[in-house]
Design a protein around this ligand. Sequence first.
Ligand SMILES: [Zn+2]
Length: 318
Amino acid sequence: MQVLRKLSNQELEISLKDLVQKERRLLHVILEHIKEIDSRKLYLEKAYSSLYEYLVKEFGYSGSAAMRRIEAARLLNEVPTMAQKIQEGALNLSQIGELSRSIKEKEKATGQRVSAFQKSELVAKIESKTTLDTQRELAAALDLPVKEFEKQKMQKDESLRLEITLSKEQHQKLLQCKDLAAHLLEQKHMDSSWASLFEVLADQYLQKKTGTSSKTLTPCRTTADVKANNNDNNENKEYSVNISNKTLTPKTRQMILKRDTCCQYQDPKTGRQCQSTYALQTDHKTSRWSGGKHEPQNLQALCRRHNQYKYKKEAGFL
Ligand SMILES: [Zn+2]
């Protein structure tokens, strides 16, 4: 796509927004086609045993992509108001998948059909929500039972398949551990799965033999907060570092990450702050080669991607 290289950043973004809008409209039209094919049972005529098999074999969809589209097309049939929400991007296929699964679970548990009216109410509840929020909303609205039993199954290679339910607090604590262990996972070439995290935590526990931390989640610190506190003498004292050192000491890095708690990168136009807590690194606001010092005021936490982006921008690669 040579032509894209010639576009300005603004033109590129406008073009992508336009395409995403078209993609959503197209998705809706595709779902309407699937709905019509479903009602005509066209796939049977074409010697496919199911709409699923037809979509996979005739159109090359993956199994999960076909399933999601079928679920969405059938729900669209019952809740026509979904069409507009799909076009607006307020409802995506993974949310519709969650909705469909939850409705099935409810119907199986009660032996009663969830009405079209109830379904349209559920659609309104999950509008513009993330997948996790969608799951929570649906579980609450349909009063789905909380699955508390832990299941474990030993497999032939002696691995253990584990299914557990975490409380909200346990989940948050482990997410915090995942952020803090991101560097370590990367160093060890491990993926970011729960299994890898548990391994890292277990290794450290076994090594140090300490109890688990009851530390609560630290809220993400905004750039404005950090700036205000930088002017505070007490805070500066706490974060004072030896500016004559050639490189930052691990202690200083730790102090800055503890101070900032999240990525401080801001969009220069909108002021939006990234706030990611994943794979944080310490950055010199004014880089070392431009005379930037190791002073706390000149240091900030950036996520790895923004650190790389800032470097490339400053070095003239972007
Ligand atoms: Zn970032």
